[in-house]
Design a protein around this ligand. Structure first.
Ligand code: NIG
Ligand code: FE
Length: 414
């Protein structure tokens, strides 16, 4: 079926020659004011200015929707989440208000281990039900592509359970989903003093099954002091690469321990978090092909310093923005808030933040050929705003829901 949208106040991120946006390029966000957009069978087939409509579309389709006053954007590409988890951790949230740090909580067996414990006592069906609800919630908030990690299993059976849930989400949802294997999220208690033993489980017991059942697209490691060192990350990534899993890594949230340099050497698709960056880390990242994915809601929720977005962009890095949706450090998958926070606290300009949350997010999960911009041949995954005065109004009015409708593959979601 064909649908024509007319009188669009502003069509955002229209591109026919796209590339990964680095440094200054992030500021260029192409738009068309007073525009039309034609979609056919869930795909964008034409767009332009209203005054070109009769020339470009001589035979108007039957189904025409007038969206006067509204902006249309490509849906958010949330390239880093842990959306599959069991229950929640608001008790630790209160502990943190009372003075404990994220590291204190983890050291006391809370944090990731707490979620792993809950997950092992939750059935695959129940886990799917909880994750499905979250996926519906974020899609209504404008997310049209999402990456989801394992990492709350920490043993063969539970890691496979998580990855099978992600696989089912992929099959059932119309949203584009990518999956990352994060067995190396932390050490389970029984391997607390035997890191070698757990790394062997990841490499010898988990990876072969994951590869055989095609349960993951990427391999991830939490590279931090007290978790996995840069050389442990290297060993795990090389084992993943042998099965065709490209690295997409957690680095530099709490410490700078050589994770950036090692990730670049491994040709990682992205390095994610980046709250704690040295000047050398910034320079090395800028000179690489690896995307820096910033997770400002994690810094916000943990009351940490924000990622140095300005310094990274000024140095010429490719920046993506993602939600990190997880029960411990970012219990929200609201990409509208991620974009607003990036502008408010990291001084990203609205154009930079929108590019980082759409096109560069698509690159950070290798879906840039089908999503991330308004381009002919791409999927009609679209955000329709309420009538707004300008693009900057989106991050400016950070607490309001400005989304009127979300379309996935040409269908409005309910
Ligand atoms: O990306 N810090 C590592 N992983 C998650 C948090 C996991 C958790 O606390 O449950 C993150 O912030
Ligand atoms: Fe994360």
């Amino acid at each position: 079926m064909n649908t024509l949208f007319t009188n669009i106040r502003c069509l955002v991120n229209t591109r026919e020659n796209q590339f990964l946006l680095k440094g200054k390029d992030l500021l260029h966000l192409p738009t068309i004011e007073n525009a039309f957009l034609l979609i056919e069978d869930g795909i964008i087939v034409s767009y332009g200015k209203m005054n070109e409509l009769s020339e470009k579309i001589p035979n108007l389709p039957q189904h025409i929707i007038n969206v006067e006053g509204q902006f249309i954007l490509p849906t958010w590409c949330d390239s880093h989440t842990h959306l599959v988890f069991a229950g929640s951790r608001e008790n630790e949230f209160v502990d943190k208000i009372n003075g404990l740090s994220y590291a204190d909580i983890a050291a006391n067996g809370g944090g990731i281990l707490h979620s792993a414990n809950k997950l092992s006592n939750t059935s695959e069906e129940e886990l799917f039900t909880q994750a499905w609800k979250r996926l519906q919630e974020v899609s209504k908030l404008g997310t049209g592509a999402i990456e989801i990690k394992s990492g709350y299993g920490l043993n063969v059976e539970a890691e496979l359970k998580m990855l099978r849930v992600i696989k089912k989400l992929k099959e059932k949802s119309s949203i584009t989903i990518k999956s990352s294997f994060l067995g190396a999220h932390t050490y389970p208690l029984i391997y607390k003093e035997n890191h070698r033993g757990y790394i062997d489980v990841i490499i010898n017991d988990m990876l072969p099954v994951i590869a055989k059942e095609k349960l993951a697209d990427y391999i991830d490691v939490f590279c931090e002091t007290g978790f996995f060192s840069a050389s442990e990350m290297e060993e795990i990534c090389k084992a993943g690469l042998a099965y065709g899993l490209k690295p997409k890594l957690h680095v530099n949230q709490l410490n700078s321990i050589g994770g950036i340099q090692k990730a670049i050497e491994l040709n990682a698709l992205s390095v994610d978090h980046l709250e704690t960056m040295t000047e050398k880390d910034v320079k090395d990242l800028a000179e690489s092909n690896t995307i820096g994915t910033l997770l400002p809601t994690a810094a916000f929720f943990l009351r940490m310093q924000y990622q140095p977005a300005r310094q990274l962009i000024d140095a010429g890095c490719a920046i993506a923005l993602a939600s990190d949706y997880n029960p411990g450090s970012s219990p929200s998958g609201n990409m509208n808030f991620v974009v607003a926070l990036s502008c408010i606290q990291m001084k990203m300009l609205p154009e930079e933040a929108i590019n980082a949350a759409t096109l560069n997010g698509a690159y950070a999960m290798q879906v840039e050929k089908e999503l991330g911009s308004i381009s002919i041949g791409k999927k009609a995954n679209l955000i329709f705003t309420k009538p707004i005065s300008s693009l900057a109004f989106i991050p400016y009015s950070f607490g309001s829901n400005l989304i009127e409708n979300v379309m996935i593959n040409g269908e409005f979601i309910k």
